[in-house]
Design a protein around this ligand. Structure first.
Ligand code: HEM
Length: 245
């Protein structure tokens, strides 16, 4: 059954290799930046929009924070998943440079520090998912989007870690990084992706789909103008122990 699914996916990638590794990356990049800019200035819900590029100006530009409920579990979830993503962002950049220039130490850095970031991310994502379904108030306030984003990230992290931490195979970066660079240079070369293992292809395609979906989700908070944090009003987050009294 699983073998059939893998064979089907292999066929799909063989037939649509050009779409997945030429068309999709550009669609995703256009939507990620174009869609975010559009939403930033025009919004997709119209009526409540203000032309204001701050953390608090647009009440639809929000993560719909759940920290108010289940405070004991927001720590492991939010801290681990955010530090995991930040670590992965940096290690992917280092990996791309290392893969393009064949710098072994850089690709090794990607492997080991990326693996740490990936495990941290997955741990945080599982916490985030479980608290959403276990804590009644958070369940009630959750939208489909909250779950979809988590499922996307769990799949991407799982596919990324599968090769490096479970199969213990690494080195595909030497093919993927030149492909990514070819896309950036506007001379996409999908042949570089042909021999890449299925799981890595899935990792990348699911990540590209998430990038395309990104502007329509709460993930836009990643682009929130960060300096406002210095002068915005404080958010009171008292200690959990204080609440018990
Ligand atoms: C188009 C975007 C992306 C590309 C091209 C890409 C590419 C790669 C490559 C080539 C690897 C190494 C795989 C191996 O050799 O086994 C990898 C690993 C990984 N990626 Fe990505 N990735 C992308 C996006 C993401 C995103 C958005 C996340 C999570 C938020 C992510 C999480 C991971 C994780 C957890 C690993 C395993 C790290 C390790 O063990 O060193 N990736 N990725």
């Amino acid at each position: 059954m699983l073998d059939n699914l893998f064979a089907m996916l292999e066929n799909l990638f063989a037939i649509f290799n050009d779409f997945f590794f030429i068309g999709l990356p550009y669609i995703s990049i256009l939507l990620l930046f174009g869609g975010t800019l559009y939403r930033l200035f025009f919004g997709f819900k119209g009526t409540f929009r203000k032309m204001d590029r701050t953390a608090r100006g647009d009440f639809l530009w929000t993560t719909r924070s759940t920290g108010f409920f289940g405070r004991a579990s927001i720590g492991p979830a939010a801290l681990c998943l955010h530090w995991g993503i930040i670590t992965l962002f940096v290690t992917h950049l280092v990996g791309v440079v290392g893969g393009v220039l064949s710098l072994i130490a850089w690709v090794d850095f990607f492997r080991w520090v990326g693996m740490f970031g990936g495990i941290l991310l997955l741990f945080g994502l599982v916490w985030a998912f479980v608290r959403r379904i276990v804590i009644p108030q958070i369940k009630a306030m959750s939208k489909a989007e909250d779950y979809i984003v988590l499922i996307f990230l769990i799949l991407i992290a799982f596919f990324g870690l599968y090769q490096s931490a479970i199969k213990l195979v690494f080195g595909v970066t030497y093919s993927v990084a030149p492909w990514l660079w070819s896309v950036v240079k506007l001379q996409p070369d999908p042949s570089l992706m042909q021999a890449v293992p299925l799981v890595n292809k899935l990792h990348i395609v699911v990540a590209l789909l998430l990038f395309a979906y990104f502007p329509f989700t709460k993930l836009v908070h990643a682009f929130t103008y960060p300096l406002t944090y210095f002068w915005r009003p404080f958010i009171s987050m008292r200690k959990y122990t204080g609440l018990k009294r």
